[in-house]
Design a protein around this ligand. Structure first.
Ligand code: FMN
Length: 202
């Protein structure tokens, strides 16, 4: 079993990475493999709503990391998405790529456990956590919880390492994720109904 750890920060080894590393180390102790995917610092397009992905299964734009990330997500048994908090939300570049990855794949992500973690200096963790969880809960993905809303506090990796409660939240998340993965292994998945889109008009 393999868990994908998406580092949605432009800082490859920053605070978000430090939080995800705590998750990774605990997963390893639980016997679960994981790998990082860093979104990098190159430009990432936003979704243009062309809906080509609905017929092709991939984003029409292949000039950034979207399709690579999509492929990694599809190959993984669970996804943990990490983001720094920017103005009380997740990193915009991360949301740009997640919009495209998740829009193409509602059925294919179904029943894959998902979780997010956020890192902030002081405020906005809760709203960022909420925003990222929306990707999972619209995609039939069971959300893995911890003992609080998954955040660490710090402006530098060293500060994050001083956030003992935050690190405990990361380890607990990893334990719960490992437990969920082991529990659902070999279990038949519920059948998906064909989606109904009413657009709230009738
Ligand atoms: C553009 C920008 C906006 C930020 N907005 C917030 C914010 O709203 N609240 C907060 O507590 N920290 C904010 N920060 C600080 C980062 O969230 C914080 O330092 C985070 O831990 C950095 O994670 P990283 O090292 O993985 O990039 C902001 C930083 C930047 C660059």
């Amino acid at each position: 079993m393999k868990v994908l750890l998406v580092n949605g920060s432009p800082n490859k080894k920053g605070c978000t990475f430090t939080a995800l590393s705590e998750v990774k180390n605990q997963l390893e102790k639980e016997g679960i493999d994981s790998e990082f995917f860093w979104i990098g610092t190159k430009p990432i397009r936003g979704c243009i709503g062309c809906r080509k992905c609905k017929s092709t299964g991939v984003c029409a734009f292949d000039d950034d990391i979207a399709n690579e990330l999509l492929q990694k997500c599809l190959e993984s048994d669970a996804i943990v998405i990490g983001s720094p908090v920017y103005y009380a939300g997740p990193n915009g570049a991360l949301c740009a790529v997640l919009d495209r990855v998740f829009f193409s794949s509602v059925e294919r992500f179904a029943h894959k456990p998902g979780a997010c973690v956020v890192s902030c200096r002081r405020g906005g963790a809760s709203s960022s956590f909420d925003r990222l969880n929306k990707y999972f809960t619209i995609s039939n993905m069971p959300v893995v919880s911890s003992r609080y809303w998954n955040s660490v506090h710090g402006n530098t990796p060293d500060e994050v390492k001083q956030d003992l409660e935050g690190l405990q939240v990361m380890r607990t998340l990893a334990k719960n994720l490992a437990w969920m993965l082991n529990s659902i292994k070999n279990q038949e998945k519920p059948k998906l109904e064909v989606g109904i889109n009413t657009n709230f008009i009738r």
